[in-house]
Write a protein that binds this ligand. Sequence first.
Ligand SMILES: Cc1cc2nc3c(=O)[nH]c(=O)nc-3n(C[C@H](O)[C@H](O)[C@H](O)COP(=O)(O)OP(=O)(O)OC[C@H]3O[C@@H](n4cnc5c(N)ncnc54)[C@H](O)[C@@H]3O)c2cc1C
Length: 424
Amino acid sequence: MTDEHSMEGKQSDPARTYDLVIVGGGPVGMALVLALRGSGISVLLLEARGLPEETEDARPLALSHGSRLILERLGVWRSLPSVTPITTIHVSSRGSFGRTVMTAGEVGVPALGYVVNHHDVFRSMHRALKRSGADYLTAAQALRLKADADVARIDFQHGDATQQAGTRLLVLADGGRLAAQVEGVTQHVRDYRQWAVVARVRSEYVPRLPEEAALPGLPVRGGGGIAASPAEAGVAYERFTPDGPVALLPMGEYFALVWTLPPAAAQGILALDETAFLARLHDRFGDRLGRFVEAGKRSGFPLALKYADPVTAPRVALVGNAAQTLHPVAGQGFNLGLRDAWELAREIIASPTEAGSSAMLARYRDRRRMDSGAGRIFTDSLVKLFSNDDPLLGSLRGAGLGALDCLPQVRRFVARRMMFGARG
Ligand SMILES: Cc1cc2nc3c(=O)[nH]c(=O)nc-3n(C[C@H](O)[C@H](O)[C@H](O)COP(=O)(O)OP(=O)(O)OC[C@H]3O[C@@H](n4cnc5c(N)ncnc54)[C@H](O)[C@@H]3O)c2cc1C
């Protein structure tokens, strides 16, 4: 397919009715279009923002092994410019001796996860989409939707004109902004009163290479030596502190920091100069990697739990952050959203004439219920257990991590959950 199928800068045909209209060309909406390539389903994708080449998003994404498999099938994986495998996850709690270490070797996979840049995923998908033949409008903001048992209609602004498209199935992949307009869908929201501060940081020391010499599917490593970079060592750290978790994910020469804090503390951290910021991080994270010596641009994201119930309504389905927005502590949000898109595409392809019917929507809802519910409860429990300064919970945290360290089957269970979802 060639670029002429992309509709950037063009008008959509206002009279046209599509099999599928997707509102929101974030990574989940784009993944859905790519998963439907070659199926013969007519698709219109509306994205409010302009071209992704112009958007910078400092967020790191930890992708599960399951997500890698999906992105490979979508033809996106090999065009990602930088992917760092995580082969070891080190989990600890500040102020207690409890800690646990999970390795890819013990779970029998090449990597426990992969760290990529959010904007790299966005750009790679955008390029694949332009070649896909789908009608794809950027700078097109959906305004109002209306749905009945037979058809859904969406009004959207594109340039100076307001246009309308009709569809048998309207998918909201817009992060949850339009869900309030969908009759019968309730959005549950709980503000965590926390922010995530994100930045690239460089540490004085790089972790040692793991003792095991060879992991399946990865090059042979020198057991126990000093690694040349965080990427070579492949160790991710999750450290729970009374303010909230500090995650350091290996990303090339750097670590990608995701530091969760109460809003006022986060604002304070964002306002610090680099030296003070690095010293504060060292104080919170501890001495495991020595001092922190360099930090890139810092960004802050307010955090809330949001989920829609149910995730379907007549002629409407919700996917990705529109269906559930989670705390980043367990790195589950995009992984879950990608599985939403994949499973919805499977349902549509299995029976194209049924797209948007109540039977098809019920099957999608049922397929996603367990995975989405388990992801939400797992993530929310981690936030409750690990993001507060209750001293009793502090001792429980340490004891829990110590016990987990002695129970390889439970560790494998947790690792598989994080890699493949509830069906892991
Ligand atoms: C700090 C942080 C770290 C994270 N780390 C991880 C991680 O390690 N692993 C992981 O799996 N997940 C992680 N996540 C979660 C992940 O970023 C999200 O789950 C993912 O981006 C959701 O993608 P989405 O496409 O569903 O929604 P979004 O990325 O919100 O995209 C929605 C799109 O819809 C568009 N849109 C909105 N309204 C309209 C409209 N009216 N008309 C047209 N378009 C519209 C928006 O412009 C946007 O492009 C993290 C999140 C944060 C905040």
